[in-house]
Design a binder for this molecule. Structure first.
Ligand SMILES: NC(=O)c1ccc[n+]([C@@H]2O[C@H](COP(=O)([O-])OP(=O)(O)OC[C@H]3O[C@@H](n4cnc5c(N)ncnc54)[C@H](OP(=O)(O)O)[C@@H]3O)[C@@H](O)[C@H]2O)c1
Length: 330
């Protein structure tokens, strides 16, 4: 089992290596891949040193699986070349997510869609992944009509440069390299990715479209406001969900507690609720503040937190790879 990690020197790639190591993924050969500037750099994996190679070298080595997190342009250009060489690509960028011929997978929700013919599999947007893990069991039980989500997203969602910008600002360095159009430390930026013609950002439209595709239900109405905040441990989301059927809050809590991949943290008497500080470096999705929306019938409010580099990216991709192996789909 040869595994290529494309973007191995980046934020997601680094976590990908950590997750493969922690979960003891049964690989026999690791191929770390990055841009030309990183070729030859050494990566440590399970105590051994591996040299970073470029794309062409990696394709020639014919990996069984390539975990891509090196940007959309790189995926568009290289994923098909890996696929032609017989590699199954699991791609973290947005390049293939809405392509009708590609599956968009969150294992807890729709891994059953995967087949041996899927050679490029898309990993959804980080803020969408954590939300659908919680939405799916609720949709199955109460039928979701509409979702209103506002996000509070970590700077790690933007990559290495954004973390550097925030850390520089914390030290009073205000003229360093900028990942955002404004200072992020001590600030909140209501823009993630570029604006589209309808006034929504691309990130907001990703949440809307990807949620429907993963849940396999185009009738679910979704609206989103995505916001960057000066935090590192993970993304948080305030989610308002209107159902067709009524629910009992205690049943919702119990359903969340029983759902694979979710940890319920909902004990307001003891001031327990999910926070990015606690979700950091965890693979699960944390759910809390579950309460009835008293302004609307059949409507619920909840708070969802996850480490965007873990469940929002690396862990989800590795779980897809594990599923493929388990079901002998590669
Ligand atoms: N951060 C998140 O929460 C998150 C979540 C889901 C998905 N994603 C997606 O994952 C991707 C990477 O994000 P990141 O946050 O890890 O970014 P990052 O920290 O900036 O890392 C980018 C990685 O891509 C490599 N790379 C860039 N151009 C390349 C090329 N032409 N050929 C080969 N490798 C190349 C870089 O190598 P060098 O070091 O050599 O430049 C680096 O390893 C993006 O598509 C992003 O949208 C990110």
């Amino acid at each position: 089992m040869k595994i290529a990690v494309v973007g191995a020197t980046g934020l997601v790639g680094t976590v990908m290596l950590k997750v493969l190591e922690e979960r003891n993924f049964p690989l026999t050969e690791l191929i770390p891949v990055a841009s030309e500037k990183s070729v030859g750099k050494e990566i440590t994996f399970k105590g051994k040193q591996f040299k970073v190679v470029n794309m062409e070298t990696a394709i020639a080595m014919k990996p069984d699986i390539a975990l891509f997190s090196a940007g959309g342009g790189t995926s568009l250009k290289y994923a098909p070349l890996f696929a032609e060489a017989g590699t199954t690509v699991i791609d973290n960028s947005s390049a293939w997510r809405m392509d009708p011929s590609k599956k968009l997978i969150v294992p807890e929700v729709n891994a059953y869609e995967l087949s041996i013919d899927d050679k490029i599999i898309a990993n959804p947007n980080c803020s969408t992944i954590q939300m659908v893990v919680a939405l799916k069991p609720l949709h199955d039980k109460y039928r979701i009509k509409r979702v209103v989500v506002s996000t509070y997203q970590s700077v790690t969602g933007t990559g290495v440069k954004a973390v550097e910008q925030m850390m520089n600002e914390r030290k009073g360095i205000l003229d360093g390299p900028m990942a955002y159009p404004y200072q992020i430390d001590l600030n909140v930026i209501p823009q993630i990715d570029v604006f589209e013609a309808n006034g929504y950002t691309k990130e907001e439209m990703k949440m809307i479209k990807e949620t429907r595709k993963i849940m396999g239900d185009e009738s679910i109405r979704v609206t989103a406001t995505t916001v960057r905040i000066p935090v590192m441990g993970g993304h948080s989301e305030s989610v308002n969900i209107e159902f067709e059927n009524d629910f009992d809050v205690a049943d919702v809590k119990s359903l969340m507690e029983k759902t694979q991949g979710i940890i319920l943290v909902d004990d307001i008497d003891n001031l327990k609720y999910p926070m990015p500080k606690d979700a950091h470096e965890k693979d699960e999705v944390f759910v809390g503040r579950i309460r009835r929306d008293e302004s609307m019938p059949n409507t619920l409010n909840m708070w969802i937190v996850a480490d965007n580099l873990r469940k929002g990216a690396a862990t989800n991709a590795v779980q897809i790879a594990e599923f493929l192996l388990q079901k002998e789909l590669i």
